[in-house]
Design a protein around this ligand. Structure first.
Ligand code: OGA
Ligand code: ZN
Ligand code: ZN
Length: 396
């Protein structure tokens, strides 16, 4: 049952199959019993903190006004009941009254079973190796531009596999901006709103020469690496210059499973990345693979050509280099990468904080090569995906 409160508390609708049956009180906890028998203890501060009455909450923005430090230290329950609408209603010792919709409560229930259920339901990344070459998620430019469900499917693929191809992008300068505008705004950098990848006489990056670029993420030199990268092919007439992609999460998980010591080293050792020219000086230091607080892979950060010397105790060098050498060797292992030559009109779109990309050396004497690239932060595709999910009735 969904009540009006479910919608007020969030932009999402918390539909639930479970209703509230009963509530019992102790001094600082209300324990609710659900129709499936689950028990959820709700701490008095948790409930008071989440009151959505018009004194505690700004309905216009659906943001909290009340600060929990303003609750009395001895605040307690005067009374709690399940009302006719199925909501939990609490009357507090100071007379304030709060209501909670069952859908919202179930979605935020802090009991162990509910928390485990939410964790299990969290989408897992789809991890891939060379076999992904045949399954690569490919989307048509015109469909992305015209159709919200295709846009949603494209963003869903970027969130799960982190690697997609868009076909039939017009072969025109800055044509990549149109599908990006369907998502959100750009992440501008010192290389421009749109950067031109071609062999340049006064290059300020190895990318703008014709050399082999080993597997890397772009701008590991920044505190926040750009989340999504788009690379649109305008001309690819030179011999060489094939694109290579590696799922950094596949390598991370393989290291965790088969090389735990190297995995521990690579996830904790600070690596320095530098990007300097006569006008700029960017530096950042972080582990090559970052984990979140649950131990899940969160981010890969690596570009050998932007790496500074390792700053670590002499006694740790052997272990650090063993881990780094292994990581690089795995990036070169054909079982982990896909390789493909871009044709004009193709556009790679991939998660730059997860998927490493490489470019084979090309020979600029044999023909012209010109790609255009741009970045969008991860927040932007996540936000757009959630709003589209709301509109399309998909869970988010
Ligand atoms: C880059 C890059 C890929 C290519 O510019 O950082 O990786 O195919 N370019 O030129
Ligand atoms: Zn209130
Ligand atoms: Zn790059």
């Amino acid at each position: 049952m969904t009540t009006e409160l479910d919608i007020v508390q969030d932009w999402r609708v918390f539909a639930t199959d479970h209703t509230l049956v009963r509530v019992t009180l102790t001094a600082d906890t209300a324990v609710v019993i659900w129709s499936d028998g689950r028990e959820t203890p709700l701490h008095r501060y948790f409930l008071r903190d989440n009151c959505t009455c018009s004194q505690c909450y700004l309905p216009l923005t659906r943001e909290q006004l009340f600060e929990i430090t303003d609750a009395a230290a001895d605040l307690t329950f005067a009374e709690a009941a399940i009302d006719a609408a199925g909501d939990l209603v609490v009357r507090w010792s100071d007379g304030h009254v709060s209501r909670y919709a069952p859908g919202w409560l179930r979605s935020h229930a802090p009991d162990d079973a509910s928390r485990a259920e939410r964790r299990a339901a969290r989408p897992r990344p789809f991890i891939w190796g060379s076999e992904y070459a045949d399954a690569l998620k490919s989307f048509d430019y015109a469909d992305i531009m015209a159709d919200d469900s295709t846009l949603w499917a494209w963003l869903s693929a970027l969130r799960s596999a982190g690697m997609t191809l868009v076909k039939n992008v017009p072969v025109e300068h800055e044509a990549l901006l149109a599908p990006i505008a369907r998502i959100s705004h750009l992440r501008e950098t010192n290389f421009g709103r749109v950067f031109d990848v071609k062999s340049k006489p006064r290059a300020d990056s190895a990318a703008y020469t014709s050399v082999n670029l080993p597997a890397h993420t772009d701008l590991p030199t920044r505190e926040l690496q750009p989340g999504l990268q788009f690379l649109h092919c305008l001309i690819n007439d030179a011999v060489g210059g094939e694109s290579v992609f590696v799922d950094g999460f596949a390598i991370g998980e393989a290291m965790r499973a088969h090389h735990p010591a190297e995995f521990a080293t690579i996830t904790t050792t600070q690596m320095a990345f530098w990007n300097r020219d006569d006008r700029t000086d960017y530096r950042w230091t972080a582990p090559l693979i970052a984990l979140n607080s649950d131990g899940d892979l969160e981010e890969v950060r690596f570009a050998n050509f932007l790496r500074g010397p390792i700053d670590a105790p002499a006694g740790q060098m052997d272990a650090i280099y063993a881990a780094l050498r292994l990581f690089q060797a795995m990036c070169r292992d054909p079982k982990y990468f896909i390789e493909r030559r871009l044709a004009p009109g193709d556009m790679w779109a991939f998660d730059n904080r997860r998927v490493l990309h490489a470019r084979r050396e090309f020979d600029p004497q044999t023909g012209e090569r010109h790609l255009q690239g741009a970045y969008v932060d991860r927040d932007e595709i996540n936000s757009r995906w959630r709003v589209l999910s709301r509109e399309l009735g998909e869970p988010c």
